[in-house]
Design a protein around this ligand. Structure first.
Ligand code: FES
Ligand SMILES: [Fe+2]
Length: 345
């Protein structure tokens, strides 16, 4: 399987990695171990000891998290992946005793892992999500949902939100998205934006119930910014027709899709809103949000993957609809980026 290499992938929420804990996570088919030292610095190493291939993630952190000791025969590796301790024989370090170390950064509550040449790791390519992640906890719902599909199906899912009118009919869908033509704007070679604007429909139930008056005509906005390979910022909201956005209900949502393997995806969501900000409201809204993701999107994505099997997406000659404009352009941009790396699509 080919992947875009010279790019950052989300590896987790920062809170998944407190000091002293190791997290084993496969990204792009590569088993990795992540950990944080006493100074708060993160390390990402290949999770396979070069001696007899034991997972280092089953071992022990040493020297304040500066190194990890293999659980099988005790070799120790530092944050650069160099073997720094051999308890056997005269203690000399075998030349080949090293594991691959990857650049890793923490930004706005997210851990980002660089998949390519470490010398090319460019922090400027990490998308800025700070305006989402500053939302108060009582207005935030976030989670990790492992999903059994290729990550690009998840990107298609968020870039074509007309599916809300069918898959989430009655809660998140009002029918407006399907009738409106999406506007797609190129932002860069690795980013684009799509938006659907509508006027005159009542808002979907999940929004309507929080407006000043229910069942009234509204102005609605649904805007997604995609950044390669699998990162989406979705702003969706509604206001009473003719009123300002600020007087309505608005949400900012991150949909973060990182390939685990060719047919499985780590899907992190981070959903925030400008209304119903309290622990009680969060407790009430959380099951509705999670129902949509876990009981509607996830089963659909996994069912699509079962039907696609191992086939290459374009080889199946997918029919294209108006709502696909952004998803198709994103797939083409990704293919061009991979082509430029010499990896092909
Ligand atoms: S497998 Fe790691 S030290 Fe033997
Ligand atoms: Fe959905």
């Amino acid at each position: 399987m080919n992947w875009l290499r010279n790019t950052w992938y989300v590896a987790g929420f920062a809170e998944e990695l407190p000091t002293g804990r190791m997290v084993a996570r496969t990204l792009l088919g590569e088993p990795l171990v992540f950990f944080r030292n006493d100074k708060g610095e993160l390390t990402a190493l290949a999770d396979r000891c070069p001696h007899r291939f034991a997972p280092l993630s089953g071992g022990t952190l040493c020297d304040g998290g500066a190194s990890v000791q293999c659980p099988y025969h005790g070799l120790r590796f530092d944050a650069q992946g160099r073997c720094v301790h051999n308890p056997h024989g005269d203690g000399s370090i075998p030349k080949a005793a090293a594991v691959k170390a990857h650049p890793v950064r923490e930004r706005d509550g997210l851990v980002w892992w660089w998949a390519g040449d470490p010398a090319a790791a460019d922090e400027g390519l990490i998308p800025d999500y700070s305006h989402v992640t500053v939302a108060p906890e009582d207005a935030t719902i976030r989670g990790l949902m492992p999903t059994g599909c290729h990550y690009q199906l998840l990107v298609d899912n968020i870039l074509d939100l007309t599916h809300a009118d069918f898959l989430h009919a009655g809660t998140l869908g009002s029918g407006a998205l399907t009738r409106v033509k999406p506007e797609v704007t190129d932002l860069s070679e690795r980013s684009l934006k799509v938006r659907w604007l509508s006027s005159g429909d009542a808002a979907p139930m999940a929004f309507d119930m929080h407006l000043k008056k229910q069942g009234q005509p509204t102005d609605q906005w649904t805007e997604v910014t995609w950044t390669a390979p699998g990162y989406m910022l979705l702003q969706v909201g509604a206001t009473l027709q003719g009123e300002s956005r600020e007087s309505g209900v608005d949400t900012l949502n991150l949909h973060l899709a990182t390939p685990e393997t060719a047919s499985t995806t780590h899907y992190w969501y981070w959903s925030t809103r400008n209304f119903a900000i309290s622990p009680e409201a969060n407790a009430h809204i959380r099951p509705m949000v999670e129902f949509a993701f876990s009981q509607q999107d996830k089963p659909m994505l996994e069912a699509q993957q079962r039907r696609i099997g191992d086939a290459e997406f374009w080889s199946l000659k997918p029919v294209l609809l108006a709502g696909d404009a952004a998803a198709v352009r994103a797939r083409r941009k990704l293919a061009a980026l991979m082509e430029a790396e010499g990896g092909g699509a």
